[in-house]
Structure formats: C-alpha cells, structure tokens
Ligand binder design. Structure first.
Ligand code: FE
Ligand code: FE
Ligand code: ZN
Length: 293
C-alpha cells in the first residue's frame, strides 16, 4: 500500500519550501509539514515565487503530491480569546494567502484556549473568527487539531470540534487533524483504536479527517499534558501507533511525525524506517546520534 508519511520540517527564509522538501527527502518521506515562520511567533516573510516554482518541480520529480503537504499555523494564534480578535483574523487571512501561493491546501490550526472565558464563549469566539477568516472560494482547508486538553484548551474531544464545525458558515472549508499524542492525553484509548475511529465517524464524520499527527506520548492516557515522545518509546507504544498508521480506513491520509529531536538531531529518518519495516528499533537513540554526529 502507498503509505503517505513524513514529518515536521523547517522552512527557512532563504530556501523556503525548496529547503523543506530537501529535508523531507533526506528522511525518506513522501510528505511533510512546516510552519511558514517560527511556530511561536507571527513574524512571516514574503513567499518567493521563484523558490516556490523550484519546489513544485522538485515535488513532481519525486512523485510527491502537493495535496498531501501540510502547513501548521503558529500556535500562539488563539481564536478562543477575543482579546486579539482583529489581529488573529487578519493574520490568518494572510496565512491562507501565503499557503495558497505555495500551492498547499492543508492548514492545521489549534482551535484555541478559552483562558477562563468558559467553553461556550471560547467556542463561540473560534466560530466568529473563522467565519470572518474563511472566504467561499479559498482553496485551503483549515484543519482543526484535536488537542490534549492542557489548561483551557478547546478541541479536547470530538464533540467540541463538531460544535465548532457546526457554527461555521462555509464548513466545507473545515477539516480535522487527529494527533495521536493529543487524543491519548485527552483520554481516548489507543488500545482500542477501532472504537476511536467509530466515535470520530459518528460525531464528526470520517470524511472530515484530513491529516494525522503521529506521536507517542510521554504521559499516561487522560493526563492532559501534551508532551510528545519518540515512536514506540512512550505510553501509546509501537503496536498501537502501527495500528493507526496502517488502518484500512485511513490509508490515503497524510501522516506527520512531530516527535522530539534526540540530542540536537532529527529522529525522523530512523522513525520512518521503523514504521515502514513495521519493526521496533530499540536502538533508535544510538542510530540517530551515530548517523548525524
Ligand atoms: Fe499542532
Ligand atoms: Fe500535533
Ligand atoms: Zn502536541
């Protein structure tokens, strides 16, 4: 089967998506995800059309489908808090333009944290902002990410995601990103993933699922911590991760690793290898260090 797998990669001012693709190829990936600038701030550079053209050509040369490529919106944008309403809306509108210029169609967004305003008000703020952001003929899908429920995070269960989608006028522009670490930390049982998928389908609808973040978790189920762990080294475990990746109903969905670096080195090449081989690598740490040092 054609597994669509990649990882978070960098996006630098001078190489932009061309650099991102080269990094992804060095991991043996056939998709990837990046932030169009630093994840923790909203400083963004202009998209360089020449670099984009080169990037799109390199994708074609390597049989990578641009429709599987993902951009992640900066995580400091908090739509659930109406304090920065105007900034959030204008920033996200510009981000959609940037993503369109790159030819990418999947933009992952954290729904936001209600910061004490309460669930209902927080969700309403998210809905109002997204209704201002989305324009009917945009090519970009906004993929709401399922969250661990750390602090006052919204999107901590499928019901909250569904509530948001139901409030969006152009809900056809909204999709969902399922993060394995986040749903585990939120209390979903990945030992019984068929049940998770059944719930997702009943509440949101599987047709909405567009991206899967593949991460193990440093913490126990229902911990609401959101600390990612390398594949097979956490509380989800290698077999449960493989169940998600090779699930029959999720075959064509891009799977993106966001696991932590080992020392200062990216683990993705070796993690993708063990996923493709379906065999746990118990010397991942040494292999990564020896490869890059
Ligand atoms: Fe995320
Ligand atoms: Fe994630
Ligand atoms: Zn996370």
């Amino acid at each position: 089967m054609n597994l669509v797998i990649g990882s978070h990669v960098s996006f630098k001012k001078d190489t932009q998506m061309l650099g991102s693709i080269k990094e992804a190829l060095s991991y043996g990936a056939n998709t990837f995800m990046f932030y169009t600038g630093a994840p923790q701030n909203t400083k963004r550079y202009d998209i360089d059309n020449k670099l984009t053209k080169q990037a799109l050509d390199l994708l074609i040369d390597n049989n990578i489908d641009i429709n599987n490529v993902v951009v992640h919106a900066p995580y400091i944008v908090n739509l659930a808090n109406d304090k920065n309403y105007d900034f959030n809306v204008s920033f996200l509108k510009q981000e959609i333009k940037r993503v369109e210029l790159l030819g990418v169609s999947l933009l992952v967004l954290h729904p936001g944290s209600h910061v004490g305003l309460g669930e209902e008000k927080g969700i309403q703020n998210i809905i109002d902002s997204l209704n201002d952001v989305i324009y009917p003929d945009q090519k970009v899908f906004i993929c709401l990410e399922t969250m661990a429920g750390k602090g006052t995070e919204l999107g901590r269960n499928f019901e909250q995601i569904k509530k948001i989608i139901d409030g969006i006028k152009h809900s056809e522009k909204i999709k969902v990103c399922l993060d394995t670490c986040h749903i585990h930390d939120a209390g979903y049982d990945l030992n019984n993933f068929d049940k998770v998928i059944e719930d997702f389908n009943k509440i949101i609808g599987l047709d909405k699922l567009a991206v899967i973040h593949i991460n193990d978790s440093k913490n126990e189920k229902n911990s609401h911590k959101d600390r990612h762990e390398n594949i097979g080294y956490g509380h989800i475990g290698f077999d449960n991760i493989l169940t998600v990746i090779y699930h029959d109903k999720l075959k064509s969905i891009p799977k993106i690793l966001e696991t932590p670096y080992i020392m200062q080195y990216p683990p993705y090449k070796m993690e993708i290898e063990m996923i493709r081989n379906k065999k746990f690598n118990d010397s991942l740490i040494n292999d990564v260090i020896n490869y890059y040092k």
